[in-house]
Design a protein around this ligand. Structure first.
Ligand SMILES: C[S@@+](CC[C@H](N)C(=O)[O-])C[C@H]1O[C@@H](n2cnc3c(N)ncnc32)[C@H](O)[C@@H]1O
Length: 206
């Protein structure tokens, strides 16, 4: 751990060090969390009133909104997955690990979501800072996740800790960006309920 970084050396290493375009070249038209967890994500989107122009970061063919927002922009690695996302108005293939800068202008979005994917970011604080830039002031950035991942592509720091630790990691990303109000950690489905657990960490752009 250094004075500048809250993360120890090696925290963002991954066992598969090849470019993400290799891993994601093949479309995966599957769901990455179970139906109960998907329903919990949609319920939270509705509860938080995520509407208007919304960016779904690290997206695939489903974005989990009960009612799609007026304008949904999806950003991910695989064009066939994004093309199959019926809720999307705009689709952007963009590698956040190669280029954390988002290809959007300032204050363009009312909300940003990221489901089941934050564990793959190797430069998360840069990405979170960018999310704050493209969000209008007061707009919400919501990360949701369960307890599953592609282990070769998840960062070592994520693999080394438990679900509570994952919530702390994501909260630290928000805090380290210095661009959000204090984050909220919300256990939407606790473990041991017979479904995938579902965790949410979110904050509003300062
Ligand atoms: C486990 S899937 C989750 C997909 C979707 N968010 C969901 O809830 O079903 C991980 C997603 O992260 C995206 N992803 C992984 N690495 C990425 C990167 N470097 N830049 C942008 N997106 C990435 C992939 O395109 C993939 O769709």
């Amino acid at each position: 751990m250094t004075a500048e970084s809250p993360f120890p050396p090696g925290f963002f290493d991954r066992s598969d060090t090849s470019g993400d375009e290799r891993f994601y070249v093949q479309p995966r038209l599957v769901t990455h969390i179970d139906d109960a967890a998907i329903a919990a994500v949609g319920e939270l989107y509705e509860e938080l009133g995520l509407q208007g122009r919304v960016l779904d970061l690290m997206s695939s063919w489903v974005s989990h909104f009960r009612t799609p927002p007026a304008e949904l922009v999806v950003l991910g690695m695989n064009d066939a997955e994004l093309a199959a996302n019926d809720a999307a108005a705009q689709r952007v293939v963009h590698d956040l690990n190669a280029t954390p800068v988002l290809p959007f202008g300032d204050d363009e979005f009312d909300a940003v979501t990221c489901c089941a994917s934050v564990d793959y970011l190797i430069r998360p604080v840069e990405v979170f800072t960018e999310v704050a830039r493209v969000l209008r002031p007061g707009g919400t950035f919501l990360c949701t996740f369960s307890n599953r991942c592609f282990p070769t592509k998840a960062i070592r720091g994520w693999l080394m800790t438990d679900d509570e630790g994952h919530c702390r990691i994501v909260a630290t990303y928000f805090l380290a960006s210095g661009a959000f109000d204090p984050p909220v950690v919300d256990v939407r489905i606790p473990p041991g309920r017979g479904t995938d657990p579902l965790y949410a960490v979110y904050a509003t752009a300062a």
